[in-house]
Design a protein around this ligand. Structure first.
Ligand SMILES: Nc1ncnc2c1ncn2[C@@H]1O[C@H](COP(=O)(O)OP(=O)(O)OP(=O)(O)O)[C@@H](O)[C@H]1O
Ligand SMILES: [Mg+2]
Length: 420
């Protein structure tokens, strides 16, 4: 910044030159490169995933020769590096394509509950200008098939989110029968292939690559490597890294948790004006990471699952938690946003899935003497109130959360009352 500019600004702001220079200094005491600790960053190396990277690359590299390659099924627990390995492989493949001038098409998408939305984002990723609404599943499939006149690799990440029973399998069915298209599916379920109809499986027949959960030592090495990329050497020591690795090892989120903990620990240290991450900063980090994780999980839930939470919340407030009552609220909210109401069977499948995630609890109880029993749906492991506050930030739910008495303000007031 020029001295003249500083001098002029000082005069205007009535401030000493030293104070202004102090304010404008953006030297970070903790982070060298904050980006290297966020989720979608792809690091230059992937410690302990070299074998998986090599295995996947050795399959897809034949695209460069103009060949259709094997379908691949990548699976393993959450946070074990499946996405980052796939993305790194794609980056390397794209680089080689450019170098060799090879005609290869590559499309990546995170899978959405709806096959149509999944296909829409896949089309956009392939550079296809398709409308978001008004096309059928077959229109989108056809659009992709039409441009696949050269070897094409399609990656469907987080495939477990796709509603396979709602025609989700048709994607795999159509793509794996195309002469130029190869599909890579990434999922946390090792048995997902069993959910595909037999003739779809016959055409798909993927090579499976399993991602083992990291050991504590491996988490330490990964975390240490990410710290070298992102933190000032003076901001951490081995103890900090071990703390993150140990905490992450005891949780299901593995590497993701370790890296998040390092980032959040760094943020807490920075907020406390410290120049290095101390034990006290790290002690506060897991709770904050959990909070962020919960937010991420809620935002990533399929629309109908989020809506179920809102319906249960409405039921709680009216002290009516019988399944049929929640079902009625659920369908009336669907109609309000011009979506097709669902059958009781489909509704029950949403409840089952949310019950498994412990976001709701479904318990069979009596209705009173001689009146038989029914399912009651209530909050699960977490209290519903904070979840609803998070969901209120989600644009697709705002119509319901701004309805009378469900506004964010009202919810906040309710929360305050509860805490009193
Ligand atoms: N071997 C590794 N080296 C460096 N960073 C890694 C490694 N493995 C995982 N990570 C990092 O850990 C985080 C989680 O990895 P990733 O998102 O690839 O997991 P995932 O298996 O796809 O999880 P999910 O099933 O939840 O989608 C990312 O930030 C990623 O960069
Ligand atoms: Mg992933």
């Amino acid at each position: 910044m020029s001295d003249v500019f500083i001098k002029l600004s000082c005069r205007r702001l009535n401030m000493s030159e030293e104070t202004l220079r102090d304010i404008l200094t953006i030297e970070d005491p903790i982070f060298l490169n904050y980006r290297a600790l966020i989720h979608d960053y792809i690091p230059p190396h992937l410690p302990h995933r070299e074998a998986e990277l090599k295995e996947y690359l050795s399959i897809i590299k034949w695209l460069l020769k103009g060949e259709k390659v094997e379908n691949v099924y990548i699976y393993g627990e959450t946070g074990t590096g499946k996405t980052v390995v796939a993305k790194k492989s794609l980056d390397l493949l794209k680089e080689k394509c450019r170098e060799l001038n090879a005609m290869v098409k590559i499309g990546y998408t995170k899978t959405n509950e709806s096959p149509i939305t999944t296909l829409y984002t896949l089309c956009r990723n392939l550079g296809l200008e398709v409308p978001q609404h008004g096309l059928s599943l077959y229109n989108y499939l056809h659009a992709i098939e039409e441009i696949a006149f050269v070897p094409t690799l399609l990656i469907l990440d987080e495939f477990d989110k796709l509603n396979v029973s709602e025609q989700g399998w048709k994607l795999i069915h159509a793509f794996s029968r195309h002469p130029n298209i190869s599909v890579t599916v990434i999922s946390i379920r090792h048995d997902l292939c069993q959910f595909l109809p037999k003739d779809t499986m016959d055409g798909f027949r993927p090579t499976r690559i399993f991602f083992k959960t990291y050991t504590e030592q491996q988490l330490f090495n990964i975390c240490n490597f990410r710290a070298e990329l992102s933190l000032k050497p003076t901001a951490y020591d081995d103890k900090v890294i071990w703390n993150c690795a140990k905490e992450a090892y005891s949780r299901p989120e593995s590497a993701r948790f370790a890296i998040d903990m390092l980032r959040v620990g760094g943020e807490i240290a920075r907020q406390s004006n410290a120049t290095s991450i101390a034990h006290d900063h790290l002690k506060k980090a897991p709770a904050r990471v959990e909070e962020l994780e919960l937010e991420r999980m809620l935002f990533n839930l399929p629309f109908h699952h989020k809506l179920l939470l809102v319906a249960v919340y409405q039921g709680q407030r009216q002290r009516r938690l019988e399944r049929d009552f929640i079902f009625t609220i659920f369908n009336s909210m669907l109609s309000k946003c011009e979506k097709v109401p669902v059958s009781k069977r489909t509704f029950d499948s949403y409840v089952q899935e949310m019950n498994q995630k412990r976001l709701v609890s479904a318990i069979r109880r009596g209705l009173g003497r001689g009146k038989g029993t029914t399912w009651f749906i209530d909050e699960g492991f977490y209290s519903l109130h904070p979840l609803i506050l998070v969901l209120a930030k989600s644009p697709d739910l705002s119509p319901f959360l701004t309805m009378k008495n469900t506004s964010l303000e009202h919810l906040n007031k309710l929360g305050e009352k509860r805490n009193e």
